[in-house]
Design a protein around this ligand. Structure first.
Ligand code: AGP
Length: 609
């Protein structure tokens, strides 16, 4: 939700912190603030708004000091005001603290601290932490932080500076991501890797309830009882430029265009000429795979849509019954899980609190957890028994695009692999499935070459206030995803529906002002039925934009606007149909003068329940 960066160095840090926090703006952008420690005192500058606007007002880079913290906020407790912006301080202004997460018992703690004479200046839950640390401080900063964190219920990642300890930066986490970056004569903390990639590629992942004491030349990690823990230093393989816009106007567009390469990378090393092998990643014996009786997919948002498509793939090809659950609902309904149930968690960020809670619930019930995750070393990846990484590289745009299609690719590889092992897919069919997925990068490239055509359609519809998206079978979740993309970045109200459901209610909304986007790609199952659904819309004066298969001469007889995608198998058709819908949403957002990378009210990584 919020972005945290901290740095303790031999050089002035304010401009470095500013650059770093800009890379985390996707996590929250209600307000931004910075604290720098210089000549024994902490200076804080902060205000509401996006980083560039606040910087032009407060001039962060003129702040002196060789250690500092920066924070970009996505508000949970307390409105987006200057006073609620981070960093927060104790009453003497000797401690500055930034926080991501939610303190669930902040009311009780606040009352207790007020009785002790502490005065609060903000409405945030965060301010409780800084006063609590102050109340325990007797000269040992790490100990005071540990004692305070033991009193806290909820999630946190924090960074903290204290004017009495100019040589240390403290960091801690629970259920909210935080990493330590190891540099030369300087060290860092950050919510996410892209923030510090230009300074170092060496990273330590903090685990839950660990505290780091970070100095210019060392970083030690302790548990809350003060016992030191040995930590592994990981080398990050992402290049800095991979996390930048690379000449595109927006991350969303860059990420849409990266999809052919991302998909090649996702399949790389997992498919041979005629086979798919995930044995080293899935770590399940053939007997265990054959023993899977049921799969439950848990996910949120776009990842949940990928799960719905996964359900079609798995049931059809691997012949295992699948249920797809909103992660946020799953944990609260006492799910029944047998030993033969495989729980598959899908998450781009690997930090989504609801999905993390769902896998913890499943683990309590002894189910095996396999996660499909993009961010290496993220909480969901670390808490799963097995991980299939989507290898999409950093996704910065808040609206998920390349992470979604790479999730579909991994679900497909997993399905074919399981189906081959359990005997539902015969060798010849595996060969055909491998051939089909190999075609996808080239086919997506050909769709992207016609982006101008999608932009023309966007120009016709950007003034509308509502839209309906329809699809059937495996492309029904694409209707949901297309509608979600549009509402996320353009703020147009859009609904996705199974095309046949339309006549049970939404048909009442159809008129010339309600554009209806229909996924009408050719297959031998529902295509003809979709054509009938299109005619139902047309009969009521609706305007239809159809995603059609190249070469289809039938659909265009009935629809007003055509967007073409190449033909692939039914099972892979959602991968192709989703691309023009991503572009459509992107161009409409631009035409409506919205920043598609930072949709209002949304955060990239939703680490609160
Ligand atoms: C996607 O465009 C959304 N921003 C959102 O629905 C997202 O997919 C959801 O929050 C789940 O995130 P995750 O994949 O990181 O778990």
């Amino acid at each position: 939700m919020c972005g945290i960066v901290g740095m303790i160095s031999y050089r002035k840090v304010s401009s470095l912190l500013l650059e770093a926090i800009k890379k985390l703006e996707y996590r929250g952008y209600d307000s931004v603030g910075m604290a720098c420690l210089h000549e024994g005192s902490l200076e804080i500058r902060k205000d509401i708004g996006k980083i560039a606007d606040v910087d032009s007002k407060v001039d962060f880079t003129s702040m002196e000091g060789t250690s500092g913290l920066a924070h970009s906020r996505w508000s949970t407790h307390g409105a987006a005001t200057k006073i609620n912006a981070h960093p927060h301080s104790n009453m003497e202004k000797s401690i500055s603290l930034v926080h991501n997460g939610i303190i669930e018992n902040h009311h009780e703690l606040r009352e207790m601290l007020v009785k002790k004479g502490y005065q609060f200046s903000s409405q945030t839950d965060t301010e409780v932490i800084v006063h609590l640390i102050d109340s325990y401080y007797r000269g040992d900063l790490r100990e005071a932080v540990s004692l305070a964190l033991k009193k806290i219920d909820g999630s946190y990642s924090i960074g903290l500076l204290c004017s009495q300890h100019p040589d240390i930066l403290i960091a801690a986490r629970k259920d909210s991501p935080l990493i330590i970056g190891i540099g030369k004569k300087e060290n860092f903390i950050a919510s996410d890797v892209p923030a510090i990639l230009s300074y170092t590629k060496k990273v330590i992942y903090l685990e839950n309830e660990e505290i780091a004491v970070v100095k210019r030349d060392s970083a030690q990690v302790f548990d809350l009882d003060g016992k030191e823990r040995k930590k592994e230093v990981h080398m990050i393989k992402w290049s800095t430029e991979k996390a930048e816009k690379r000449g595109y106007d927006h991350f969303m567009l860059k990420e849409i265009y990266e999809q052919p390469d991302v998909i090649s990378e996702t399949v790389e090393g997992r498919i041979g000429d005629e086979s798919i092998d995930l044995s080293s990643e899935m770590k399940m014996s053939a007997a265990d795979i054959k023993g899977i009786k049921r799969i439950i997919i848990v996910a949120c948002g776009t990842s949940w849509h990928a799960g719905l498509i996964g359900e079609f793939m798995i049931e059809e090809l691997a012949k295992i019954p699948v249920e797809v659950e909103y992660a946020s609902e799953f944990r609260y309904r006492d799910p029944i899980l047998e030993r033969e149930t495989l729980v598959v968690a899908i998450s781009q960020s690997g930090e989504t609190a609801d999905t993390l809670a769902a896998i913890r619930e499943a683990k309590k019930k002894k189910a095996k957890i396999l996660s499909i995750v993009n961010v290496v070393g993220s909480s969901i990846a670390r808490e799963s028994d097995m991980v299939l990484y989507t290898k999409a590289g950093p996704e910065i745009g808040v609206a998920s695009t390349k992470a979604f299609t790479s999730q579909l690719v991994v679900l497909y590889l997993m399905t074919v692999y399981i189906g081959a092992v359990n005997g539902s897919i015969v060798t010849d069919q595996v060969k055909n499935r491998v051939r089909d997925i190999r075609l996808i990068p080239m086919q997506i490239r050909s769709i992207l070459e016609e982006a101008d055509h999608v932009e023309l359609h966007a120009k016709k519809f950007f003034t509308k206030e509502n839209a309906l998206y329809l699809g059937r079978g495996i492309n029904y979740p694409i209707a949901l995803e297309g509608a979600l993309k549009l509402k996320e970045v353009s703020y147009i109200h859009a609904e996705g529906y199974p095309a046949a459901e339309m006549k049970h209610g939404p048909i009442a909304l159809i008129d010339k002002n309600m554009p209806v986007v229909v996924v009408a790609t050719q297959d031998n199952r529902t295509y003809k039925k979709v054509l009938s659904n299109i005619q139902e819309v047309k009969a009521r004066g609706g305007v239809v934009i159809a995603i059609e298969t190249k070469g289809d001469t039938e659909t265009k007889k009935y629809v007003d606007h055509n967007i073409y995608v190449p033909k692939n198998s039914y099972i892979l058709s959602p991968l192709l149909a989703s691309i023009p819908l991503q572009l459509f949403a992107y161009y409409i957002a631009l035409l409506r003068k919205h920043d598609p990378d930072m949709p209002k009210n949304l955060a990239k990584s939703v680490t609160v329940e």
